[in-house]
Design a protein around this ligand. Structure first.
Ligand code: PEP
Length: 254
């Protein structure tokens, strides 16, 4: 099954609106013709509308970093799917920072995935084990458990994207070994096939995230089980992020 590679840059709580506009312009200039790779940037909420204008006629799509599952109402500080939909193709859900800092459970993330699909947004569902869980030999069980619980009653799956991001590799400079990532990807692919059948399960893209840089991109993406990357820190550097995109195009389209 041929899946289009995807590189997404998660800017987290970085960039003012004016910095976001400059960074997006620099990335747009730098990508040249990296065809065959889907390119997504995930700025803070306040930059979605201005970046939508800048990127409208470009091959770069936008994702929100989060959303709430209720359609509207007394939820101070939250943003609904219908509010981000005019600007975004994707939405990151279940990032480990949301789980750890803001206490999001698999049940909440499940509700968000259902609401995102209902609004026509494609979720990028993040999964990953802690260092303790990995050391205890529970990485595969933890991640497949998160997958099953986050996808309860989720029928619409082919547009789902999964990002495997071991918590201990996010923002630490510590990379997961290729074999560790491949083992998890194979377990996720098997779990998806069990849930949705091999046809639909095979269409879902599996990204790796965790201290991805221009230096290590090629070694991850040369693995057929890894369909792309969710990039945090390195996506704030336009040179590095565009290099990652070009490497993805070179590795995956040869
Ligand atoms: C992330 O935030 O999803 C991430 C993977 O961050 P970093 O690339 O900085 O580890």
């Amino acid at each position: 099954m041929k899946r289009t590679p995807l590189i997404a840059g998660n800017w987290k709580m970085n960039t003012t609106v004016s910095e976001a506009c400059s960074l997006a312009r620099a990335i747009l200039t730098g990508i040249e013709s990296a065809d065959g790779v889907e390119k997504v940037i995930c700025p803070p909420f306040v930059s979605l509308a201005p970046l939508y204008e800048i990127l409208a006629a470009s091959p770069i799509k936008l994702a929100a970093q989060n959303m709430y599952f209720r359609p509207k109402g007394a939820f101070t500080g939250e943003v609904s799917a219908s509010m981000i939909k005019p600007f975004c193709s994707y939405v990151i859900l279940g990032h480990s920072e949301r789980r750890q800092i803001f206490g999001e459970s698999n049940e909440i993330i499940n509700s968000k995935i259902i609401a995102a699909f209902e609004a026509g947004l494609k979720p990028i569902l993040c999964l990953g084990e802690s260092l303790e869980q990995r050391k205890a030999g529970k990485a595969v069980d933890t991640v497949t458990g998160q997958l099953l619980n986050c996808l309860v009653n989720v029928r619409q799956t082919s547009e789902l994207v999964i990002a495997y991001e071991p918590v201990w590799a996010i923002g630490t400079g510590v990379n997961a070994a290729i074999e560790e990532v491949c083992q998890i990807m194979e377990a996720l692919r098997a779990a998806l096939a069990g849930m949705y059948g091999t046809g639909t399960g095979d269409e879902i893209r599996l990204l790796y995230g965790g201290s991805v840089t221009a230096e290590n991109t090629a070694s991850y993406l040369s693995q057929p089980v890894i369909d792309g990357a969710l990039v945090g820190g390195a996506s704030l550097d336009s040179n590095q992020f565009t290099t990652i995109i070009k490497l993805a195009a070179a590795v995956k389209n040869t």
